[in-house]
Design a protein around this ligand. Structure first.
Ligand SMILES: Cc1cc2nc3c(=O)[nH]c(=O)nc-3n(C[C@H](O)[C@H](O)[C@H](O)COP(=O)(O)OP(=O)(O)OC[C@H]3O[C@@H](n4cnc5c(N)ncnc54)[C@H](O)[C@@H]3O)c2cc1C
Length: 472
């Protein structure tokens, strides 16, 4: 058995591990990375970006966005085979994984393939088919991510009962798909299969989707999912799932007594942190419910030389935040003169059809805080570029403080929402007001111009309020 000594050991090669390792190595630290999988890049490379590729493929093959413009239905036909559908997804997945490997090589990070576990707070054992290796590190960053929860009541032995990882290995597109769980991942899959014309049912235990999203936006998403033909069972819960050995059909019985017969089923009912194989007790790191590791604002666990970042520490469990946390952890651990606080504004992007993005406060969070606000809206179908695109459900909604008209939140549903939100994020960071948007000259025709008209809308409401006060 050999032993090597490092300044930093990173466990996991997803966005948190990759960016933490690269940052420390860039600053001259001797870094090792341990990854259990043969491919680097974690969930975002193997599932996150591939699902976005599938979404683009589904939109492009089905002509979904152009259907209403040209009055033709180009949706999925029986002859679309899974190889055609998955072709780009698989190419993008390997390109992403190769990119992470190249980044580690560029930074001279020593990559070990194998399952890592702690022997003590500074020692990590790596088990692989080749045997066992032990390495030691001054600092250890746990970035082992999360995996889908697989409730024992779901018949995962059935070849067409999937979780969000295994669904990417399906061999044939089903005629019908039932998605259990209307979280971000469940809704993204429901929409992409719905766009192909597959009969999709979505079962979700609450009346609203995404409690953290502005309710007006999530209502618009529900409308558009219904229009796409997705059957919504909300609020509903699964009482029982049975499978038939004769025809392989899957029967879902709901609490209400309703039955759904489906060819395939996706369970998307939450995620659990990958901590159970780490033997964290040997390092003295406590573990909470669902395997979560608790950290302070610097990503430091209860053991000072051990940090944790990414999905393994829980919400918001995004690629973007995981990368931030990985960098922040090593900055604190080695006292680098770099980014020492997390970003003030965290945007959320949801790749449903249409896509959704938001930054800052929602109407609901402001109401809960008792803060007075003014809302300005512009619809995509009132914007020339939106008209060209034929976006029916799109909306850009800005929320401003009622007193000084400072931007408090930006919310978008519609094409390019995840790109468009960046202007809102920058404006929030710069403490811009509605008048600042009106002072800008945007490209024409452009979706960005909607910021100006949403600001006009808010100013109109503001003046109404002023007039009402003057009239009293
Ligand atoms: C279907 C899907 C779609 C998504 N879409 C988006 C999106 O659009 N935008 C977004 O921001 N986020 C998205 N996410 C979330 C995003 O993928 C995660 O937040 C992100 O990957 C978390 O990064 P991480 O570094 O914490 O962990 P991961 O990416 O999960 O990486 C952890 C790595 O650790 C390895 N590992 C685990 N245990 C051990 C061990 N004991 N020893 C060695 N290695 C180990 C794993 O093999 C894995 O490679 C999506 C996730 C899914 C599943």
């Amino acid at each position: 058995m050999s032993t090597s000594q490092y300044d930093l050991i990173v466990i996991g090669s997803g966005p948190a591990g990759e960016k933490g390792a690269a940052r420390a190595a860039y600053e001259g630290k001797r870094v090792a990375m341990v990854e259990a999988s043969d491919a680097l890049g974690g969930a975002v490379a193997s599932q996150g970006v591939p699902t976005k590729t599938l979404r683009e493929t589904a939109l492009s093959i089905s002509g979904f966005l152009q259907r209403d413009l040209y009055g033709i239905d180009l949706r999925y036909k029986e002859e679309l085979d899974i190889q055609t559908f998955m072709y780009r997804e698989r190419r993008v997945q390997s390109a992403q994984q190769a990119e992470v490997a190249a980044n580690m090589e560029r930074h001279h990070v020593q990559v070990y393939t194998g399952l890592a576990s702690f022997a003590d707070a500074h020692t990590v054992c790596i088990r692989s088919q080749a045997g066992e290796t032990t390495i030691t590190g001054d600092v250890i960053l746990i970035a082992t991510g999360s995996r889908p929860v697989r409730p024992p009541s779901f018949p995962f032995q059935h070849p067409k009962v999937y979780d969000s990882s295994t669904i990417l290995n399906m061999h044939k597109l089903p005629a019908s798909l039932t998605v259990v769980g209307g979280g971000v991942v469940g809704c993204e899959f429901a929409c992409l299969f719905g766009a192909l014309g597959i009969q999709v049912s979505l079962i979700h235990p609450a009346q609203h989707l995404f409690p953290f999203i502005d309710h007006e936006i999530s209502r618009l998403l529900l409308e558009s999912m219904q229009e796409m033909g997705i059957h919504l069972y909300m609020p509903e819960r699964v009482a029982e799932i049975t499978t038939s050995s004769d025809d392989d059909a899957i029967q879902v019985v709901l609490d209400s007594g309703e039955h759904i017969q489906t060819e395939a089923l996706l369970a998307s009912v939450g995620r659990a942190s990958n901590t159970e194989k780490l033997e964290l007790e040997k390092a003295g790191v406590p573990v909470a419910e669902r395997g979560l590791i608790k950290v302070n604002e610097f990503m430091q666990t209860a053991v000072p030389n051990i940090y944790a970042a990414g999905d393994v520490i829980g919400f918001p469990a995004l690629c973007s935040t995981s990368m931030e946390q990985g960098r922040l952890a090593v900055t604190h651990a080695f006292n680098f003169n770099y980014k020492i606080t997390p970003a003030n504004q965290i945007p959320f992007g949801i790749w449903t059809i249409p896509e959704i993005s938001m930054v800052g406060e929602t109407e609901e969070t402001l109401q809960a805080k008792g803060i007075k606000y003014i809302v300005g809206r512009t619809r995509y179908d009132h914007n020339p570029r939106g008209m060209v695109l034929g976006e029916k459900h799109g909306l850009l909604k800005l929320i401003f403080a009622a007193d000084d008209l400072k931007l408090l939140g930006a919310h978008i549903i519609g094409q390019e929402a995840c790109e468009l939100i960046s202007s809102g994020m920058l404006a929030l960071e710069m403490e811009a007001t509605a008048r600042d948007f009106i002072g800008l000259c945007f490209n024409f025709p452009s979706l960005s111009d909607m910021y100006k008209y949403a600001a006009y809308d808010a100013l109109g409401e503001y003046r109404e309020g002023e007039r009402a006060l003057a009239d009293r």
